[in-house]
Ligand binder design. Structure first.
Ligand code: NAD
Length: 295
């Protein structure tokens, strides 16, 4: 059997960033507007620092203004909420995100709900989640949005496909299931209490893993020819003691059975950031009452 086709998230993300960059320039020329993104980092979690740096770099590259804030790890919830209020009120800031995870002292839900939903470019505010449920009008969470773009470039017709989502988090699994439903797939959501997981997976035309369990999904779980998206990002040690990144899917096994698969890294990850920039552009247009460009 031939190996699965690689779904190149890096390439698709670069294309999307290029389009966002072009539209950002057009917005500046036509209306004198430059989208502004404020990424807030609390503490010094190494992975979060890398994510924030990537977001800042790409925002600058597409011509957006960067207003990132780095805050001490012992900041109180009250102080963080005050900063979010200030960012809400600042008209040059169109997009706000607060990098998670936050410390145990701070309630992430309270922080998200404090954000102006029009500036919530991660799409986590309950206003945006209810818009997702309704099917229109809000800012769509970035990783699920990126997954749908990857699927749309891989599968010509999603109608009626069996989609299995592994993981039910508020930031990936649940919103992704909504988008898959809106695309007319038949969706099964699985989680850590699901029985017969391999059997359910074997029924999937589309399998999307977002569980944070390194290489859990094996080759014999996969329906031959299925499209597999691996959202998981897990840092593990190799036999030589080196740190490496792997997904939730056992790539070497699954690539032999699936029809198409995303690698880790270079699959879903780059799409998440590109979609964040797209959301920031959309947010800027909506806040200023100018037409949102077709992307
Ligand atoms: P989370 O910890 O909030 O949720 C994990 C989910 O997986 C839970 O719903 C849990 O029930 C389920 N789960 C755990 N073990 C399971 C098992 N053995 N079988 C079935 N389900 C199981 O995680 P999250 O924030 O949704 O992130 C999931 C993974 O995706 C992590 O590795 C994270 O780093 C990665 N992630 C990647 C991106 C990206 O841009 N590529 C974005 C967000 C998250």
């Amino acid at each position: 059997m031939s190996k699965a086709r690689l779904i190149d998230g890096k390439k698709l993300a670069a294309k999307l960033r290029k389009t966002v960059g072009t539209q950002t320039l057009t917005l500046k020329k036509a209306y004198g507007l430059v989208p502004g993104l404020a990424a807030v980092l609390v503490g010094e979690d190494p992975a979060s620092q890398i994510y924030i740096r990537n977001k800042e770099t790409h925002a600058r590259e597409v011509g957006m203004n960067n207003f990132s804030r780095r805050l001490a790890k012992n900041i109180s919830e009250a102080k963080l909420l005050k900063i979010v209020s200030e960012l809400n009120a600042d008209p040059v800031i169109n997009g706000i995100l607060v990098q998670q995870p936050l410390s145990k002292k701070i309630d992430a839900f309270t922080v998200i709900e404090k954000m102006d939903p029009a500036k919530d470019v991660d799409g986590f505010h309950s206003f945006n989640l209810s818009a997702l449920f309704r099917g229109s009008g809000g800012l769509v969470p970035c990783t699920p949005k990126g997954c749908m773009m990857l699927l749309e470039t891989t599968i010509s017709d999603l109608n009626g496909a069996n989609a299995v989502v592994l993981g039910r988090s508020n930031i990936v699994g649940k919103p992704l299931a909504q988008l898959l439903l809106a695309a007319n797939t038949t969706v099964t959501i699985t989680h850590s209490h699901t029985c017969n997981l391999p059997e359910i997976c074997r029924n999937a035309d589309i399998l999307i893993a977002a569980i944070g369990q390194p290489k859990l999904i094996k080759g014999h779980w996969i329906k031959p020819g299925a499209v597999v998206l691996d959202v998981g990002i897990n840092r593990i040690k190799t036999k030589d003691g080196e740190q490496t990144l792997v997904g939730d899917v056992d790539f070497d096994e699954v690539v032999e059975i699936a029809g198409a698969i995303t690698p880790v890294p270079g699959g879903v990850g780059p799409m998440t950031i590109a979609c964040l920039l797209e959301n920031t552009l959309i947010a800027c247009c909506r806040q200023n009452g100018v037409p949102v460009p077709e992307i």
